[in-house]
Design a protein around this ligand. Structure first.
Ligand SMILES: Cc1cc2nc3c(=O)[nH]c(=O)nc-3n(C[C@H](O)[C@H](O)[C@H](O)COP(=O)(O)OP(=O)(O)OC[C@H]3O[C@@H](n4cnc5c(N)ncnc54)[C@H](O)[C@@H]3O)c2cc1C
Length: 425
């Protein structure tokens, strides 16, 4: 076991939140050491760039903060420190221009994450941040030192302030595996159980539907579901049939309610309006016209505009008597019931719900029970749909935690005056 000289600030986790905290601190003149379990930083950020990096969203502030649901009060405070416009301006300082897509989502001009990350890490290194890769944080030693597993054995590091930015637990192969829960719980920190967010849900499809229609989009449809307070909600959007069930942006957006309902009742019903363009009365009229020699499938295509995937879904979930009755069939098309059995596993999810409860933190995101230790990013207990809201809150919390750590270090008793914190080159 080796012990290492004291860095002023240790940042653990080199995702968007940790890198942003590092930037705040090094810009304020602090010596910063950044540790990450992996061989390079920002692996999930790079993955996010594969499908077109959705950095943030251009909608008005009130709508934006509403996306954080029950945590919008706290996250509004983070976003007042660093909002979507600040994020776009920051990207510009790295030479990355952004644009607003037709849905209001904001992307880098080239849609990629890699150039932005490369320039950012370069800038941080130039500013003096020292990167320590292959350092897996294990918790605290009895004397308060940080314990890291490294290829050379366990290493102990004394730091005067720490920012933990360890991510959630989805896609663990990219570095964030949620193993931090155990040492934090041991330290008495209140942590909400980690759960999948922005994930698909499982249903028992027939082999026929799975084989023929896995991957088929359903757009547009209207979801009708029960929220966590027992109210009925509706929302239009797009989803995708998958081999295991159903996924896509509409399912992700309402996934927190679906997950809570399943946790409370074992399953939940999601109803889909497959024909949002028709009222049920008009649809019933159209289906009641003499069918002649047309099969029901053909009739649904001609009279209700159903594509083959929607047709297959209707046949999968509807009995013969309902199919033969235009009124009952029209009601079915306006609210096709899907019984959801479980969210997909956390490892597959886009993000993680649960984590360090915000009540365990002060306004600067410092752990109340562990002064000098700050937390940021997806490891905190909040969730949001896709649309750039995840990254924006990670960046904003990184800003707050980084600034909080700087203020903490500046106010430490015995600190020498002047810019004494910067590591000599
Ligand atoms: C497929 C996919 C697409 C996505 N697309 C988008 C998108 O377009 N827009 C959007 O807003 N969000 C998107 N996200 C979500 C977004 O990438 C995450 O919310 C964000 O990366 C979380 O940032 P973070 O810094 O909190 O954690 P991470 O990015 O997970 O970084 C945490 C870091 O901590 C390190 N670490 C973990 N445990 C330890 C340990 N014990 N010791 C040392 N280091 C450790 C990890 O190696 C990692 O580098 C996407 C996610 C996925 C999976």
């Amino acid at each position: 076991m080796t012990r290492t000289a004291i860095p002023r600030l240790a940042i653990i986790g080199g995702g968007p939140a940790g890198l942003m905290a590092a930037e705040q601190a090094v810009d304020a003149g602090m010596a910063v050491d950044l540790y990450d379990a992996m061989g390079s930083v920002g692996r999930k950020f790079l993955l996010a760039g594969k499908g077109g990096l959705n950095l943030t969203h251009a909608e008005p502030f009130a709508n934006f903060v509403g996306r954080y649901g029950e945590r919008q009060g706290e996250i509004a405070d983070w976003l007042r420190a660093f909002d979507a416009d600040a994020l776009r301006a920051w990207a510009r300082t790295l030479g990355v221009e952004t644009f607003v897509g037709s849905s209001g989502r904001v992307f880098p001009a080239d849609l990629k994450a890699a150039p932005l990350l490369r320039r950012w890490v370069h800038r941080l290194r130039e500013a003096g941040v020292v990167f320590h890769m292959h350092h897996r944080w294990l918790g605290w030693h009895g004397d308060g030192a940080l314990r890291f597993a490294t290829a050379a054995g366990e290493r102990l590091v004394q730091a005067q302030a720490v920012v933990l930015a360890l991510g959630g637990a989805s896609w663990p192969q990219l570095g964030s595996d949620g193993a931090w829960v155990a040492p934090l719980r041991q330290a008495g920190i209140d942590i909400a159980p980690l759960q999948p967010a922005n994930c698909g849900f499982e249903l028992a499809w027939s082999e026929h539907l799975r084989r023929r229609f896995a991957g088929a989009p359903l757009k547009p449809v209207v979801a009708i579901w029960t929220d966590r307070h027992g109210g009925t909600q509706t929302r239009q959007g797009e989803c995708v049939l998958s081999g295991y069930g159903i996924e896509g942006s509409l399912v992700y957006a309402i996934g927190a309610d679906l997950r809570e309902q399943i946790a409370a009742h074992g399953t939940t019903m999601l109803h889909l309006d497959l024909v949002p363009g028709y009222t049920q009365a008009v649809l019933a009229d159209r289906l009641a016209a003499p069918r002649g020699k047309h099969s029901i499938g053909d009739w649904l295509r001609r009279r209700a505009g159903l594509d083959p995937a929607r047709c297959a879904l209707v046949f999968e979930l509807t009995d013969g008597a309902t199919l033969a009755d235009p009124l009952a069939l029209s009601a079915r098309l306006k609210a096709l019931p899907l019984q959801l059995r479980a969210p997909r596993p956390l490892a597959e999810a886009i993000s993680t719900a649960g984590g360090v409860r915000l009540e365990a933190l002060d306004d600067a995101l410092m752990l109340r029970r562990r002064p000098g230790v700050f937390c940021a990013g997806e490891m905190l207990d909040w969730e949001a749909p896709t649309g750039g809201y995840l990254l924006t809150a990670c960046f904003a919390s990184g800003v707050l935690a980084g600034r909080g750590a700087v203020d903490w270090l500046k106010n430490l008793p015995g600190r020498q005056a002047g810019g004494d914190e910067r590591r000599s080159p």
